[in-house]
Design a protein around this ligand. Structure first.
Ligand SMILES: [Zn+2]
Length: 119
């Protein structure tokens, strides 16, 4: 299955964009994925999992990126989960009552296709 890049722009009920890798809301503004470009470099880094559109999903930029955005997201998330779903940023503090599990569940409710395993 193939996806348009804009399908990775996921919003919650408050209109905040979610990180497609870990589900954290509020750190993206909707320019991160453009259909004609893909992930757009320089538009933000998730303070929770450090996913960076345009870098972590671009094989020309990151050796860990996969061929497609969805494969890159699922790979990146699997590695974040394997390390215990930490809050990575030293600069941006985690929100009060932060829950990695809850934000990931919310992501899967809003975008079930992001819970899928790649081929
Ligand atoms: Zn994230």
């Amino acid at each position: 299955m193939s996806f348009r890049a804009s399908q990775f722009l996921i919003t919650n009920e408050d209109g905040n964009y979610l990180c497609p890798a870990c589900g954290l809301p509020g750190y993206f503004d909707g320019r991160q994925f453009q259909d004609d470009i893909g992930g757009v470099i320089g538009t933000g880094i998730c303070p929770c999992c450090l996913y960076e559109p345009g870098f972590d999903d671009d094989p020309r930029a990151s050796a860990d990126a996969r061929e497609t955005i969805i494969e890159s997201i699922l790979f990146y998330r699997a590695r974040w989960i394997d390390t215990g779903m930490p809050w990575y940023s030293d600069i941006v503090p985690a929100p009060a009552h932060w829950s990695a599990t809850s934000q990931l569940e919310q992501l899967f409710v809003l975008a079930p296709f992001l819970a899928d395993t790649p081929e």
